[in-house]
Ligand binder design. Structure first.
Ligand code: XMP
Length: 515
């Protein structure tokens, strides 16, 4: 299928560009700058160079070869540079980029000098989002300037042959209200047929699973979350009851979660669901451990051991597994220009701890999709909304939401608190607007007065965030009345809770979870 490639130079917005292009119904994929050569493959019809944190003059600045651009030009593949990409194109093709004396970050007014094809349909003055230090000072030969801002005389350009474009600002962010029009104009220039549509893609995924798995058996750990449930549903559609699901109770689940997940999986038609209750094993191993990294390490080790043992038992009963399925989604997998690959970590950890399972072939039917696409796939498949609309819950569960040592008392508090927070947010009608909301049991206590006596009890922090993909997030400005109701209930209904605080930190710099 025809596609657009985004060459990533490490911008925090690269995934956003990719999602915007897909929203416009064009297949888009990200490659890191050092693998940029793949843009020369046959089905690529357009290329975007992302932004990035560096200057083209930095010693280790990520670059691509000028020849690559020329080759794309010869093949009539249009290229759009955004921010750093805009500067890099100008720099590589003989223009001049100057070191910005002052950084420009935030909204700016774009004044259009000439619409060209890229800015077609826009107003003569548009709001745009800027984030740069350097700027293009002189254009390469055969280029014309399309727009300027007060601080940036060349804020958009195009080459006379109509194949190379650059914008200094970020059309992909919502602070550029007509940014999507610019991206759409670029896709029109590339000549895309707008074929990316999830309904067709679903049958394709199922067909590919069937072809890959053949007559073999597949093992998968299910959590009840959107990703693993949707992946399992697709695999089940493809190969039926040769799919075996393992649902593990780690002792770090929420109230009633094991029954809910098991019931839900049954109702979706899965037959081979294997429930393993390993809570004692997890909680015993975690006793006395308070360091976050250590806690996570122990969790992963035991998780892997139990899964490995379960697989061995199941193989005795059902025969050999050839595939291990995972609910990995696109952001987990894509190696970006800036970060290392999470998948590598998973793989190495499989190899050490799961001698049997690490030999299995990995099956990841959702590895090309973003969370909102996975939710849409689930919806199209007829999976109920209480599954696809669920907030994510981390694999290690309450482990990352109980700070310090995990004790029976803190677990009791965390479980009750999760139920109360979920009840209240659902009642308020705001659940769907949030990426996540949850309580965190801090490892410290505060003084208070309960009845007539002095109390000294745990503090709960409420974390509620809005996000599109969890890579960045902003804290949700929830109504005071709702927060008040939550706080009252937590303090009044849970013994041992003395105080509730609201977390008002964005990501970055904070992460969403606490450990
Ligand atoms: P952070 O805390 O990194 O979280 O901002 C980003 C998103 O990932 C989830 N998360 C996890 N999910 N295993 C998971 O399956 C984990 O260890 C884990 N840690 C964080 C988190 O809930 C948020 O949605």
């Amino acid at each position: 299928m025809e596609k657009l490639i985004i060459i990533d130079f490490g911008s925090q917005y690269t995934h956003l560009i990719c999602r915007r292009i897909r929203e416009l119904k064009v297949k888009a994929e990200i490659v890191p700058w050092y693998n940029a050569d793949v843009v020369l493959s046959r089905d690529v019809k357009g290329v975007i160079l992302s932004g990035g944190p560096m200057s083209v003059y930095d010693e280790n600045a990520p670059k691509i070869n000028e020849d690559l651009i020329q080759e794309l030009r010869i093949n009539h593949i249009p290229v759009l540079g955004i921010c750093y990409g805009h500067q890099l194109l100008a720099h590589l093709l003989g223009g001049k980029v100057s070191r910005g004396e002052k950084k420009e970050y935030g909204p700016a007014e774009l004044e259009i000098i000439s619409y060209g094809r890229l800015l077609r349909g826009l107003n003569s003055v548009e709001k745009v989002w800027m984030s740069h230090g350097d700027r293009v000072e002189i254009l390469p030969e055969g280029f014309t300037v399309l727009a300027k801002t007060v601080n940036c005389p060349i804020a958009a350009y195009e080459s006379v042959d109509g194949l190379i474009f650059g914008v200094q600002f970020h059309p992909e962010v919502k602070h550029t209200p007509h940014g999507l029009n610019i991206l759409k104009n670029f896709l029109d220039i590339c000549g895309f047929k707008y074929e990316w549509n999830l309904e067709d893609i679903i049958s394709n995924i199922i067909w590919r699973i069937r072809e890959k798995v053949g007559e073999n058996r597949v093992l998968m750990a299910a959590s009840g979350g959107v990703d693993s449930t949707t992946a399992a549903f697709l695999i089940h559609k493809a190969i039926g009851d040769r799919l075996h699901l393992v649902f593990m109770n780690t002792g770090l689940l929420r109230e009633g979660e094991d029954e809910w997940v098991l019931g839900m999986l049954k109702s979706l038609g899965f037959k081979n669901i294997h429930y393993v209750n390993a809570s004692k094993r997890f909680l015993t191993a975690l006793r006395g451990v308070s360091d976050p990294e250590e806690k996570r390490k122990i969790f992963s080790k035991i998780y892997a051991e139990v899964l490995e043992e379960t697989a061995t038992e199941l193989e005795k009963q059902y025969g050999e597994f050839k595939f291990l399925a995972q609910g990995t989604i696109y952001p987990d997998r894509v190696e970006s220009g800036a970060t290392s690959k999470a998948a590598d970590k998973i793989k190495s950890h499989h190899n050490v701890i799961m001698p049997r399972l690490s030999k299995l072939e990995i099956l990841e039917p959702l590895a090309d999709f973003y969370k909102d696409e996975v939710r849409e796939i689930a919806r199209l498949l007829g999976i109920p909304k209480d599954v696809w609309g669920r907030h994510p819950f981390p694999g290690p569960g309450l482990l990352v939401r109980i700070l310090g040592e995990i004790t029976e008392e803190k677990l009791r508090i965390a479980r009750r608190a999760h139920t109360i927070v979920e009840e209240e947010i659902k009642k308020s009608g705001l659940y769907d607007e949030l990426w996540q909301i949850f309580p965190v049991i801090l490892d410290s206590k505060a003084v208070g007065v309960k009845g007539d006596a002095r109390s000294y009890e745990y503090i709960i922090a409420i974390r509620a965030v809005k996000s599109e993909d969890a890579m960045t997030a902003e804290f949700a400005k929830l109504p005071w009345e709702l927060l008040e109701r939550i706080a009252n209930r937590l303090v009044n209904e849970i013994e041992g809770v003395g105080r509730v605080v609201y977390d008002i930190t964005h990501k970055p710099p904070a992460t969403i979870e606490y450990e």
